[in-house]
Design a binder for this molecule. Structure first.
Ligand code: VTB
Length: 331
């Protein structure tokens, strides 16, 4: 018989799910106030401040494992920073308070505020290096795509499993010269390629909702911390992802080793990137295929958030209206 008894300390309280919505909503609103001003740093700082303020209020014993950088380079939300009231579960926190800072500064589609919370010790402590990534959404047999297969093999395998021609598959790529070979391979097979300027947390997460985004397959090299955040969301829907750190210098190999990475060539699967119970919340800052951006109306602010929870596989899309009432101010 399947053991349905789950020890309460093993799961992150479901009430925290809604709390995380608040955290990314506040970060998104703070960043959106500075949207389209050409000042990436100011928008990012506003998102960081708001996210930290909200996280400090939560009944958790949180530790930032993916953050804005090391303590000396990030005044807030640095790796190792403790957050919360300490009256609650031990959790790992991964944040990207403003993903796609340039997109926000230019008011272009696709910037989001995003964070993940997972049972303590269950998120990969990824060094700030690149990661090769491959990701697909839910509903496919395990292992049909693989980092060690060619782009053409991956596209053909996915098309077959989806029951379509390779030309009916859409691949998402970050617009970088390093992706030229992958792009050429996609063209050769006839797949469609959507090219985004920045923001591959959202890019990978697009694959969790192919019917909304039209994206079947994420390929290419982006940030490793971003890969861990996105893996959390894929786990919640039964998607698939693999990542491999790009450790191409001795310095990077040593840095990764100091964070516990013994094998520099290791291929991580989704569960190794984000292993425990995880909640991922993302709120749109600018409009995108997954989420509308923040809208400032007269006396009301509109936000849209997606919240993923791995324990149940529930995904909620929450459209919120925020009003400033009485003493309440949305900073
Ligand atoms: C991605 C993307 C980010 O960095 O991780 C990318 O998600 C990778 O780095 O939004 P390069 O820009 O150096 O290629 C961002 O574009 C910016 O952090």
């Amino acid at each position: 018989m399947v053991d349905l008894v789950v020890k309460s300390q093993d799961i992150i309280d479901r009430i925290l799910t809604l709390e995380l919505v608040r955290v990314t909503e506040r970060a998104a609103v703070a960043a959106a106030r500075l949207r389209g001003r050409g000042d990436e740093k100011a928008a990012d700082q506003a998102a960081v401040d708001a996210m930290r303020r909200e996280l400090q209020r939560l009944p958790i014993e949180g530790t930032v494992v993916i953050g804005e950088g090391e303590r000396d380079e990030a005044p807030m939300l640095y790796i190792g920073e403790n957050l919360g009231t300490s009256l609650g579960p031990k959790v790992d926190i991964a944040v990207d308070p403003l993903e796609g800072t340039t997109l926000c500064a230019k008011d272009m589609p696709g910037s989001i505020a995003v964070m993940a919370m997972a049972t303590g010790g269950s998120l990969l402590h990824a060094p700030d290096v690149y990661m090769e990534k491959i990701a697909i959404g839910p509903g496919y047999p395990k292992g049909i795509v693989d980092l060690d297969m060619s782009t053409e093999e991956n596209i053909r395998a996915l098309a077959k499993a989806k029951g379509v021609k390779p030309s009916e598959i859409t691949v998402l790529l970050l617009d970088r010269p390093r992706h030229r070979a992958i792009l050429e391979d996609c063209r050769r097979v006839g797949a469609a390629v959507r090219i985004i300027p920045d923001g591959d947390v959202a890019g990978v997460i697009f694959t969790t909702r192919p019917d909304d985004t039209g994206v079947d397959l994420y390929l290419g090299i982006g940030g490793a911390p971003e890969g861990v955040l996105a893996a959390g969301a894929l786990r919640c829907v039964g998607g698939q992802m693999q990542g491999r750190l790009v450790l191409d210098t001795g310095e990077k190999i040593a840095r990764a080793a100091s964070m516990g990475v013994a094998d520099p060539k290791r291929k991580y699967d989704m569960k190794e990137l984000a292993s425990g119970d995880v909640i991922v919340s993302l709120t749109g800052v600018t409009d995108g295929p997954l989420l509308a951006g923040v809208k400032f109306g007269k006396d009301v602010i509109h936000t849209e958030t997606l919240i993923y929870r791995s324990v149940t596989g529930t995904v909620r899309k929450i459209a919120a209206e925020h009003r400033e009432m009485g003493k309440f101010r949305l900073e």
